[in-house]
Design a protein around this ligand. Structure first.
Ligand code: GUN
Ligand code: ZN
Length: 432
């Protein structure tokens, strides 16, 4: 039994989905949250929580917002050092910047350095869980899980598999992709707070035989997630059609190789055919919306409103380093802007839900994380709604918490992240 701690402020949680009916009706505001043994044990008035636990440590956050830590549903931690690389679209961007950098992750020391750098950067941005691609090297997975385990952090990750259309030194083969992934599942899946995602990079970089082998592996380990990329760029889709001429569409390739199911997470999913949308909805697979990446690499405008209306499972994601930011605030702002370009205004409650509950649902972790409710793990972020003069002067004019928090969503960065707790422990926020 560890000591209880109470945090006071404006505790934001969700008791419904803000895409169903009135957005704000799904949100709940309380004064205090009590944590113990890495879990949330009470949420309520400050008076009641303090009376129930006399003498415990109280961290007073005043008017700040206390909520579940952000969950990033799709990232590539090995791309940390090449974030914001100029001037290319997807396939050229992969060949010019990404593949040379990923080549370095056979070196366990380098992989560990970047894994720790990435986790330092993301905690400073209030991200407490992410689902990451690693590289083809098992060492890159060892480094990431090892770093997350040492921090007591809940993460999902997997070894990228690719056996074609990638440079020498960055290809595995059918058997080694299967064997290495299987060994990594045995070593890490379900250990502490770690989970494994079987990870074919995308259809162009896997032979049909490799996709089938990974489909078979997923059938043997159905509690693992499966993550890959789907319909990100128009040129990519044309290439996929050439490589898989018999497929009905992009999603059909994954389905015919055993790589479609409720525990699948498809990054981007922008240019979907009606049949693909129906199949995704039927199977309950998840889509990871990566709005900064989709603008940065010039991929297109994700149809958030239409896909939500179809009942799709959608998470929000940075897609570091195709995405141009580690910040889920910036990612929410980009999601807002993309929706505006499609004629819809996402409510701040919807944006915050997507970055927490939505992403946790996409990763099938919503019974554990993503919401500041009793029983969940104590992964929390505290938002300062007046973190810069520009934001403070706007927040001063705000009529309610949603107007105030929207200024932080649109203009905030890591300075808005006042405090982060992971597994019930307060974390150092490295600013420089
Ligand atoms: N498609 C295949 N690999 C990648 C990647 O690393 N980043 C993005 N944005 N798209 C991809
Ligand atoms: Zn990606």
């Amino acid at each position: 039994m560890t000591e209880k701690t109470i945090l006071t402020g404006q505790v934001l949680s969700f008791d419904g989905c803000p895409f169903d009916g009135e957005a704000t009706a799904a949100a709940q505001l309380d004064e205090a949250i009590c944590i113990q043994n890495g879990h949330i044990v009470a949420v309520g008035t400050a008076e009641r929580l303090k009376a129930d636990a006399p003498g415990v440590r109280v961290v007073d956050h005043g008017a700040r917002v206390i909520m579940a830590g952000f969950v990033d549903a799709h990232v590539h931690y090995p791309q940390t050092a090449i974030i914001a690389s100029w001037g290319k679209r997807l396939i050229d961007w992969l060949n010019t910047y990404t593949f040379p950098e990923e080549m370095r992750f056979g070196d366990a020391d380098y992989a560990s350095e970047i894994a720790n750098r990435y986790l330092d950067l993301t905690v400073a941005h209030g991200v407490t869980t992410m689902c990451s691609y690693c590289t083809i090297h098992p060492a890159s997975v060892e480094a990431f899980f090892g770093a997350a385990q040492a921090r007591g952090q809940r993460v999902v990750a997997g070894k990228i598999c690719m056996d074609r259309n990638a440079p020498e030194g960055l290809r595995d083969d059918v058997q080694s992709a299967y064997d290495d992934s299987k060994a990594l599942i045995a070593r890490w899946h379900g250990v502490d707070r770690l989970g494994y995602a079987i990870t074919p990079r995308f259809a162009p970089t896997s032979s049909p035989a490799q996709l089938s082998a990974l489909g078979a592996l997923w059938r043997e380990h159905p509690d693992c997630l499966m993550q890959t990329h789907l319909s990100e760029q128009v040129d990519e889709i044309a290439w996929v059609r050439e490589l898989y001429p018999d497929a009905r569409d992009y999603l059909d390739i994954y389905e015919t190789h055993g790589l479609l199911g409720a525990r699948a997470v498809y990054g981007h999913s922008i240019h979907l055919e009606p049949r693909e949308r129906d199949r995704l909805a039927e199977t309950g697979a998840a889509l990871a919306h990566c709005p900064t990446s989709n603008s940065f690499i010039g991929s297109g405008l994700f149809d958030m409103t239409g896909l939500i209306a179809q009942g799709q499972r959608i998470g929000l994601a940075s897609d570091t380093g195709g995405g141009s930011s580690f910040s889920m605030l910036r990612t929410m702002a980009a999601a807002y802007e993309v929706a505006q370009l499609r004629g819809h205004a996402l409510h701040p409650a919807q944006l915050l839900w997507l970055a927490t509950v939505g992403s946790a649902r996409a990763l099938h972790l919503d019974h554990l994380i993503g919401n500041a409710v009793v029983g969940n793990e104590a992964d929390l972020v505290v938002l300062d709604l007046a973190s810069t003069p520009a934001i403070a002067q706007r927040a001063n004019r705000a009529g309610d918490i949603w107007e105030a928090v929207f200024a932080t969503i649109m203009m905030g960065d890591d300075r808005a992240i006042a405090d982060v707790w992971i597994g019930g422990k307060q974390r150092a926020l490295i600013r420089a």
